[in-house]
Design a binder for this molecule. Structure first.
Ligand code: NAP
Length: 248
């Protein structure tokens, strides 16, 4: 069994990774918080702020995992515009800290990036397409990818988009916003010209390296996604009003 060290384990993706990988790997989870929100039998939890280089170094060297999976990130897109230094520290410097120690001890780093590295005008995108982020969050995530490439550790960069689901104390996401509003009987307007797919994947078995776009098989705009949520949960679809981005 491979040993997997997961950062950001209290986040939406981190919680799902721990739950998925605990049966096929020896998982050590970590988060910036003192407490593991979703403690799991057999999974050790450590507190780790990835912006602290010395701590990253010590923890990873001590554990010597086969894989580091970095799901820690500053993900609030609007707050990234306001708190640029904090955003850069977490999304770029933190990743640099992990990439440096990964290279030092020959560990494979799996890192999550985003479709926000593209300008969004000409999707769907493939891995080799030109990156042109329009906001600070996207710029920081593109820089996080580049720092891994520059440092040259064994690495996989997974670009994904619109993760959805539930978890303990997870932040609001599109899925929860639609669900909560429809359950409360609220009318919502949802754009028809922003397309997403959903997905996640294990790369551990193959040790695949490089940059990969990871998404589900369906190519949906947000409006159709919202209607699918209503349908699955037997909620009224007529509360969902289609709109285009320029009229929001
Ligand atoms: N959610 C999406 O739709 C989406 C789409 C595309 C790509 N992604 C990427 O997928 C990854 C996971 O996203 P997510 O939705 O799971 O985000 P999330 O729920 O916000 O989880 C991120 C986790 O990182 C933690 N964190 C923040 N600063 C940290 C630090 N200095 N050290 C250690 N941990 C820290 C956060 O803790 P606090 O909450 O306490 O700050 C949070 O638990 C990110 O790389 C994101 O860019 C997400």
């Amino acid at each position: 069994m491979s040993k997997v060290f997961i950062t950001g384990a209290n986040g939406l993706l981190g919680q799902a990774l721990v739950e998925t990988l605990k049966d096929v790997s020896v998982v050590v989870a970590s988060g910036v918080e003192a407490e593991h929100f979703c403690p799991v039998d057999g999974v050790e939890y450590l507190q780790l702020d990835i912006t602290r280089a010395a701590n990253c170094n010590d923890v990873v060297k001590n554990l010597r995992p086969d894989f580091i999976i970095n799901s820690a990130s500053f993900t609030h897109v609007d707050a990234c515009e306001e708190q640029r230094e904090l955003c850069w520290n977490i999304n770029v410097k933190g990743v640099e800290n992990l990439a440096r120690v990964a290279r030092k001890i020959g560990t494979h780093l799996i890192h999550y990036s985003t479709d926000y590295v593209f300008n969004g005008t000409d999707g769907p995108y493939s891995e080799g397409d030109y990156c042109e982020p329009v906001g600070y969050y996207g710029r920081s995530k593109l820089a996080s990818e580049n720092v891994i490439r520059q440092i040259g550790c064994a690495g996989t960069i997974v670009r994904t988009c619109v993760l959805y689901g539930t978890g303990k104390r997870v932040k609001q996401n599109f899925f929860l916003w639609v669900l909560n509003n429809l359950q409360a009987g609220n009318k919502i307007t949802v754009v028809t010209d922003q397309f997403n797919a959903v997905g996640t994947q294990k790369i551990l078995e193959t040790s695949w390296k490089g940059t990969i776009h990871l998404a589900g098989a369906d190519y949906l705009n947000r409006y159709d996604f919202a209607r699918a949520i209503a349908s699955v949960f037997a909620l009224p679809e007529d509360l969902i009003v289609p709109i285009t981005s320029d009229r929001r």
